[in-house]
Write a protein that binds this ligand. Structure first.
Ligand SMILES: N[C@@H](CCC(=O)N[C@@H](CSS)C(=O)NCC(=O)O)C(=O)O
Ligand code: FE2
Length: 293
C-alpha cells in the first residue's frame, strides 16, 4: 500500500531499479528499459530520464516572476506534490491537479520567496486536504516543517531534503534520487545562483552549500531551479560544474562576483516577505485576498 508523508528516518527500506543503478553506476547490458517493473516495486523505466512511467512530472511557468512550479505525482496512487507555486497561478495549478485526478498532499516551498507570494495558502483552500510544507530553518509558518535528511514521500516516490543556505538561511533542495533529479530553488540557477544581498544571505554559505549538497550529486542528475530569466528550463550537475560562471570560480572570486551583481531589489519584496512567512496568507493585495474569502 503506497503511503505519503514525511519520513523522519534516513533509512531507505525498498531497493529500486534506479537506486540499484545509482549505486552501481551502470545499467545491465541487456537491460530492457521498457520492461514492466514488477507490481509493488517502485522504480523507473527510462534510466537517467527526468520523468518516468510511474511519475507524472510537469514544469509550470509564471511569466511575471519567471518562477517555475513543479507538479510531481505518483501514477498509481495519484498522490501529488507541488513545489514553489505562485499565488496568482494557484487556480491554474489546482485545475491541473483536478484534471489529472491527483490527490495533492503537499504544497511545498524551497524557501521564503522575496519576489512573489507563494501559492501555498490559496492552494490549501482550493484543494482541501493539502498541507503546506517548508523548512524549519525558514522560520516560516506551515503545516509541516522539515529538516535536512528527512524525506517527503508521495505514493512510492520520495524527495530527500537537503540544506542549501546562502540565498536565504532556510533554503532547501529536494532531491529525487530515483528520478535522478533535484529541485534547487534559488540556491542554484541555470548558469547562475541566487543573490545573497538580503534575507540573511551569505555568499560564503551559498558557495559551500551548493558545492557540498548539489554539485556533489552524480553528474547526470538533472537540476530544476525555481527561476530562469533567459528561457532555459533545466540543467545538469555536469553542465553547472563546467559552465556556471560563478560557481566554477574560487570561493574568494565568487564572493567578489556576488558583492558586485548590482541587482535591483525584487519589485514585490515588501509584500512577499511578510506574506510568505505565513505561507501566503497575510496582508495580501485586495484582489488576492478576495480569492481567499
Ligand atoms: N527582477 C525580479 C527579481 C530578480 C531577482 O532578484 N531574482 C532573484 C531570485 S528571486 S528572490 C535572484 O536571486 N537572482 C539572481 C540573479 O543572478 O539574477 C523582480 O523584480 O521580481
Ligand atoms: Fe528567492
Amino acid at each position: 500500500m503506497a503511503m505519503s508523508g514525511v519520513v523522519r528516518s534516513s533509512v531507505r527500506l525498498r531497493p529500486t531499479w534506479s537506486t540499484w543503478t545509482s549505486v552501481t553506476g551502470n545499467i545491465p547490458r541487456n537491460f530492457n528499459q521498457n520492461r514492466a517493473i514488477p507490481e509493488g516495486i517502485c522504480g523507473i523505466r527510462a534510466i537517467a530520464s527526468h520523468s518516468s512511467n510511474n511519475m507524472i512530472f510537469r514544469q509550470l511557468f509564471d511569466r511575471e516572476s519567471c518562477t517555475y512550479t513543479y507538479l510531481l505525482a505518483d501514477e498509481a496512487s495519484k498522490d501529488a506534490v507541488l513545489i514553489d507555486p505562485v499565488i496568482e497561478l494557484a487556480k491554474r495549478d489546482a485545475q491541473l491537479v483536478e484534471e489529472l485526478g491527483l490527490k495533492l498532499k503537499y504544497v511545498m516551498n524551497t524557501h521564503v520567496h522575496a519576489d512573489h507570494i507563494t501559492g501555498s495558502g490559496l492552494l490549501k483552500k482550493l484543494v482541501p486536504g493539502s498541507q503546506s510544507l517548508i523548512s524549519v530553518a525558514s522560520k516560516a509558518m506551515a503545516d509541516v516543517k522539515v529538516n535536512p535528511g528527512e524525506k517527503v514521500t508521495f505514493g512510492c516516490h520520495e524527495l530527500e531534503v537537503r540544506s542549501t543556505p546562502g540565498h536565504t538561511n532556510g533554503c532547501i533542495t529536494y532531491v529525487c534520487h530515483e528520478q535522478r533529479t533535484a529541485f534547487t530553488g534559488d540556491a542554484l540557477l541555470i548558469r547562475g545562483c541566487g543573490r545573497t544581498d538580503f534575507q540573511e544571505g551569505s555568499s560564503e554559505k551559498l558557495y559551500d552549500s551548493v558545492h557540498s549538497e548539489i554539485l556533489s550529486l552524480p553528474d547526470d542528475y538533472i537540476l530544476y531551479p525555481a527561476h530562469d530569466y533567459k528561457g532555459q528550463t533545466a540543467t545538469t550537475v555536469r553542465e553547472e560544474k563546467q559552465y556556471n560562471p560563478r560557481l566554477t570560480k574560487t570561493k574568494d572570486e565568487f564572493v567578489d562576483i556576488m558583492a558586485n551583481l548590482g541587482l535591483a531589489y525584487p519589485k514585490k519584496i515588501d509584500v512577499s516577505l511578510p506574506a510568505n512567512l505565513v505561507c501566503g496568507l497575510y496582508n495580501l493585495p485586495d484582489d488576492l485576498a478576495a480569492e481567499l474569502e
